[in-house]
Design a protein around this ligand. Structure first.
Ligand code: UDP
Ligand code: MN
Length: 243
């Protein structure tokens, strides 16, 4: 698959990877936020699947790919927060779906919208035998309204490398009295594209122990980054950050 081919085959997408259903006004204007670095084939698969899927659901949406600069350990939480800020600058989205690039929804009844509580959407992943991974797992794909995300102060940004930023987000929800709503495994089914498995950054486990100290000071409230590049590409909006 080349990008040129994809741009030809994927229909009805406005520049920047946006879509507005005709003939109705949408309650939810959804920004899909994808943290990204160096997974081009996954990104191709992602846009190839997501555009038709979201259009079939008649969702008003835009796809935002937030890229981590080279040379630094990956920071998923930071990229999500940047995606929240940057997509909000571009349009008045009221629902934010934070989405790993390697997870593809399999059930058309998994509606990409927000609800009364933060939503854990990737409850049943094929590589985990379509079972909930662990009791409080909150990884992969999450939907938050603007108000919910601000209330939890977004993701923590202290976790570099793999692990714990999703558990931290879950704890932030509890702390803010927002019960997590998890999709039933019948609906929250995802295909996981394969990649080499990362190992837990030990430091993240240490940081996780003192998470409560940072709920207020670290997140959306103190977000600092540089926007190095922003491109309205045909199938998504691309933002490269520096920190
Ligand atoms: N990611 C990325 N490049 C990387 C590491 C992570 O694009 O080098 C993004 C990508 O969206 C990925 C997500 O961060 O789906 C979570 O990372 P990963 O898939 O490695 O975590 P795991 O699936 O092992 O939990
Ligand atoms: Mn993955």
């Amino acid at each position: 698959m080349t990008w040129t081919n994809l741009e030809k085959t994927i229909k009805n997408v406005a520049p920047g990877g946006r879509y507005m259903p005709g003939g109705c006004t949408s309650q939810w204007k959804v920004a899909i936020i994808v943290p990204y670095r160096d997974r081009e084939n996954h990104l191709k698969m992602f846009v190839k699947n997501m555009h038709p899927f979201l259009q079939q659901q008649q969702i008003y949406y835009g796809i935002f790919v937030i890229e981590m600069p080279p040379g630094l350990a990956f920071n998923r939480g930071l990229l999500m927060n940047v995606g929240f800020k940057e997509s909000s600058r571009i349009h008045n989205y009221n629902c934010f779906i934070f989405h790993d690039v390697d997870l593809l929804p399999e059930h058309i009844g998994n509606i990409y919208k927000c609800g009364d509580f933060p939503k854990h959407m990737a409850s049943a992943i094929d590589t985990r035998n379509y079972k909930v991974y662990y009791k409080h797992s909150f990884g992969g794909v999450n939907a938050f309204t603007r108000e919910q995300f601000i209330r939890v102060n977004g993701f923590s940004t202290v976790y570099f490398g793999w692990g714990r930023e999703d558990d931290d987000l879950y704890q932030r929800c509890l702390h803010a009295n927002l019960t997590m709503q998890r999709l039933p495994v019948r609906i929250g089914r995802y295909k996981n594209l394969t990649h080499p498995r990362a190992t837990l950054a030990e430091r993240n486990s240490e940081l996780y122990k003192t998470r409560e100290d940072r709920y207020v000071s670290d997140g959306i409230s103190n977000l600092t980054y540089k926007r190095i590049k922003l491109e309205i590409r045909p199938l998504y909006t691309w933002i490269l950050i520096g920190i």
